[in-house]
Design a protein around this ligand. Sequence first.
Ligand code: COA
Length: 415
Amino acid sequence: MGKALDGVRILDFTHVQSGPTCTQLLAWFGADVIKVERAGAGDVTREQLRDIPDVDSLYFTMLNHNKRSITLDTKSPSGKEILEKLIKRCDVLVENFAPGALDRMGFTWERVQALNPKMIVASVKGFGPGPYEECKVYENVAQCAGGAASTTGFDDGPPLVTGAQIGDSGTGLHLALGIVAALYQRNSTGRGQKVLAAMQDGVLNLCRVKLRDQQRLARNGVMQEYPQYPNGEFGDAVPRAGNASGGGQPGSIVKCKGWETDPNAYLYFIAQAPIWKEICNVIGKEDWITNPDYATPSARLPRLKQVFEAIEQWTMTKTKFEAMDLLNKHDIPCGPILSMKELAAEPSLRATGTIVEVDHPKRGKYLTVGNPIKLSDSITEVTRSPLLGEHTDEVLAELGYGGQDIAGFRAKKVI
Ligand code: COA
């Protein structure tokens, strides 16, 4: 079966996490992704957080599936010559260098366009144009600068970063969408274009609901869905809301049976208004169905603390899985807090290819997260990440170089 992006060639200058997330997705959709790395070193993550000496780390392998790797010194004259050929041959150049690095290499937008006017040049940067555009950025900087940290955590504690890599992987996802849109537009214009996904912007996009709340707060001085209501104080910026949903359907994390010893014996419980009667019946608070203090969503807002305390009294008598089963029988939305250990062992995620076991020649079998986006006519087959420079000769041969040329490049340490 063919793939959605069959025939699309990606010149992949990405490293670390944000860019590689993007190009891995494109590879999963069928693009030929040629990852360009520095000879002898490669993507810095190959050796970061290693669990086996001298073997590509899981950090690297889990972000670079289905790609080819060539080594190239793009700052040497012969390296530039090879790179020019690659630019002429590929459809998209993706990079997440520090600002200006591609220009310093001699490959400005104008130069790339002169070589290949159809080329799409896609970049992840920490910040968009403005006071911080020259700054280098990593995940947690983006989470802080994009509004996630100021709105995550508890009201009486410091800002928190989250485990979800919304700055890196989140921005990689944004960039992938931009690239596919630019490829689509190229069908009618015949031209390439620049695609920029700034990490601050990507995080802010994912924190959209908090900017909504900022404006609600500015108008009304209070947000009734937040745990600060009715007894706490609101300042002039959206506060941290702990585990409260803060949205249209009140929700919170509640303890389940075993919470004293199991750090993940918890459940997210949503007290959705249309099934309030069922919730009351399940937790044994039948009187709240008609009690005017609890019977309507607005009456409950100042009493959400009491509501979730009562819910927790019930959930503490059940394991998170028992609670999940029982509550779903009544259509009550809830979710167990699942550990990475539990997710890795989850048969349904294995069955759909969201968790995949991959074999690697040096590390053996390991688990990875497969393509979370499923296309019915473009099935993802996850193949292992490339060894450093594994496809250098193959790619150079495709560019028309013979064995002697390749030996010459090797002698000059270009590849
Ligand atoms: N041949 C020759 N030189 C190469 C090369 C190659 N194949 N590949 C990279 N280089 C050079 C670059 O040209 C650059 O040289 P320069 O500084 O002389 O211009 C140099 O290697 C280092 O690249 P850089 O991107 O600056 O790496 P860094 O380790 O200093 O910074 C980041 C890392 C992630 C902080 C930075 O790349 C960044 O801010 N990227 C944008 C935001 C981002 O994606 N952050 C999240 C990462 S998950």
